[in-house]
Design a protein around this ligand. Structure first.
Ligand SMILES: [Zn+2]
Length: 381
């Protein structure tokens, strides 16, 4: 059977591909009979989409299931991790730029690093392009001569800052960038479809699709700065000016410490890990108290948003020496004290467990979810 014979309209086809992919992602194995039942599609439609996904190396057959009684065995399929690679790059870390080749299950199969330029020599777009080129070469050199070569599905780049849907970095204070057309420049240089996203949004995508978050969830990031991300009905909320979640420079204590932005008492001035560590260094005997106070501040600041949005799944992404039980316990207590009532449940509040690669893997998942349904068009084009 060739794909040319198929009659399903492209929009429905892409929808069916995504529906099958979502059920299998990241590690499920399902028979065509299971897929038919769970998707509510006809056997023919599922058969057609499964064969096509196999031809395009999105899924592979891993066995077959013999039905009870008579009848033909039903092929069991899983995501094929051998062929497609996503290039994912994380520009959010202070001293290093990390990149990886990621398979269709969101698993890192190879990684690379380069030092983040410091001081006057800021990171330039050409540095990012050169780094992506290196990762493309890495995907080529990974090839096993006995197997097919790898194909690049797309490039994902994640960074701190405000990014518009066209792939322009509107502003990234950390990188010193304003209105940089990064997506276009990477695509022009390498000819590979590219997606950009804010690092906190990418981290929440990883928690949602590789971790434990639910379709309504919030992630608070305490890393270089302080930010947050919000997912409602499985969509990342971006806002009218793409700044949803940018809470770092909102003043929460007018009598508080001076912030790097020039204002006084911003959330970031109170809760940036570098500041909390400094306070602990100055008074090590007060470590638990300092962490508990920081957790309390975050709990107090977030309570109104939690109550307003009725989000019950909140995770904090930050270094293990800060986001521990002293911090989280005190944050929980504060949220509980502020929002608890007889009709309102207190939310689940936990630490992200996915580690340092969270944002890089999340950005790869974003690319996978965007481009897997388009693979046929890309090949045809
Ligand atoms: Zn500030």
């Amino acid at each position: 059977m060739t794909t040319a014979k198929k009659t399903t309209p492209p929009g429905i086809r892409a929808h069916n591909v995504m529906a099958v992919f979502q059920l299998l992602f990241p590690n499920a194995q399902l028979s065509r009979t299971d897929l038919t039942r769970r998707l509510g599609l006809s056997r023919m439609a599922v058969g057609e989409v499964a064969v096509e996904m196999q031809e395009h190396r999105i899924v592979r057959e891993v066995g077959s299931l013999q039905p009870a009684g008579r009848g033909k065995p039903s092929p069991v399929i899983a995501i094929d991790t051998a062929y497609w690679r996503v290039i994912s790059v994380d520009l959010s870390q202070e001293y290093v730029i990390t990149g990886a080749l990621v398979d269709l299950c969101g698993r890192i199969v190879e990684r690379a690093e380069m030092p983040q330029p410091r001081g006057k020599k800021a990171l330039a777009v050409k540095d990012v392009v050169a780094f992506c080129r290196r990762l493309v070469a890495l995907a080529g050199s990974q090839d096993d001569p006995s197997e097919d070569s790898h194909a690049i599905l797309g490039i994902g780049i994640t960074m701190p800052g405000i990014i518009d849907p066209k792939g322009i970095v509107v502003r990234s204070v950390a990188l010193g960038w304003t209105n940089v057309e990064l997506k276009k420049q990477v695509e022009d240089a390498l000819g590979i479809p590219t997606m950009l996203s804010n690092v906190t949004n990418a981290a929440l995508i990883a928690e949602r699709f590789l971790g434990e978050s639910s379709e309504n969830s919030m992630l608070i990031s305490l890393r270089r700065g302080v930010g947050s991300s919000l997912c409602l009905n499985d969509q990342i909320v971006r806002g009218d000016t793409f700044t949803t979640g940018e809470i770092g420079h909102i003043i929460v204590d007018p009598q508080g410490p001076r912030c790097t932005c020039g204002k006084t008492g911003c959330l970031e001035a109170l809760l940036a890990p570098s500041r909390i560590r400094q306070m602990i260094d100055d008074a090590p005997e007060k470590r638990t108290q300092i962490l508990a106070q920081a957790g309390q501040v975050l709990g107090r600041v977030l309570s109104v948003s939690i109550g307003l949005l009725d989000v019950h799944d909140i995770c904090v992404y930050g270094p293990a020496d800060i986001v521990g039980e002293a911090f989280l316990g005190s944050m929980r207590e504060e949220v509980h004290a502020i929002i608890h009532s007889e009709y309102r449940q207190v939310p689940e509040l936990r630490r992200c467990e996915q580690g340092e690669d969270l944002a890089m893997r999340g950005q790869a998942v974003t690319v996978i979810r965007q481009f897997v349904p388009q693979i046929r068009q890309n090949i045809a084009g």
